[in-house]
Design a protein around this ligand. Sequence first.
Ligand code: NAD
Length: 278
Amino acid sequence: MRSCHRHRTRINRYRKNKRKMRQRFQQQLFETDRLRELSAGKLPKVVILTGAGISAESGIPTFRAEDGLWENYPVEQVATPEGFARDPEQVQAFYNARRQHLFSATVQPNPAHLALVELERRLGDNLLLVTQNIDNLHERAGSQRVLHMHGELLNVRCENSGQITYRESDVTDDERCCCCSSPSRLRPDIVWFGEMPLHLQQIEECLQRADLFIAIGTSGQVYPAANFVQLARKAGAHTIELNLQASDNNHAFAEHQYGPASITVPSFIRKLMTCLRD
Ligand code: NAD
């Protein structure tokens, strides 16, 4: 009697596993079909949003560790206008260090950055790459159509005229910019918390026309970027999250792939490019 029960339990477990495997297989088929459908007869319009996770394997730590620190500093101290007003030397030193770190030999674009360059070569103007990152790894990999919605580490901005200058060396707080009649302080050209992200109108227009929206290595905690998936969905785009683990807004995506960006991104882009060739 007992062995009959055990046998039935085993059969039920086998059936359940088989059902799960079938569902997973059907889902994969659906995803590939969806990509094929998107690219049938024309190049799809694709918007990609990248976050700190894509650069993690390039040696640049992400932002939101469990403790909410950025490179051991509370974000209010180094990523808000109030923090800059309170202690400008500390903020300049923080960004000087981030800038110098970009030039260390260990910081290099990884296969995820490189895969996006291949996709851009295939899609041209049909691809828009939006990054929340302030590093220059997309450009160093070879991407040409990149919008930095949170600014760039290698730019500084005159506090009076707003003129932006490319800058590799350290900035001190007593340094003055002489681009206009009123010599003023230079600040990092970074969008801090409480400030308006850049290029929003252009990004939203592209999202409204998008066939495919892919978010890579972003926590879904920083707005308005966290809302892009909703805008893309409203426009009827297929939406995909590639991340190390589920983001805060993962429920908004139609498809998810979890793992390190250096693996998931090249593999996904290969799949997409195959569909584009068909
Ligand atoms: P975040 O730090 O809040 O989240 C990082 C995300 O990346 C997480 O979801 C995590 O699961 C994922 N991740 C970590 N390692 C990964 C890997 N190897 N592969 C794939 N995913 C991985 O990043 P955010 O959402 O971009 O927001 C943080 C803000 O901080 C941004 O606005 C940015 O300006 C700034 N920031 C930039 C850099 C950079 O330029 N590289 C680095 C740190 C912080």
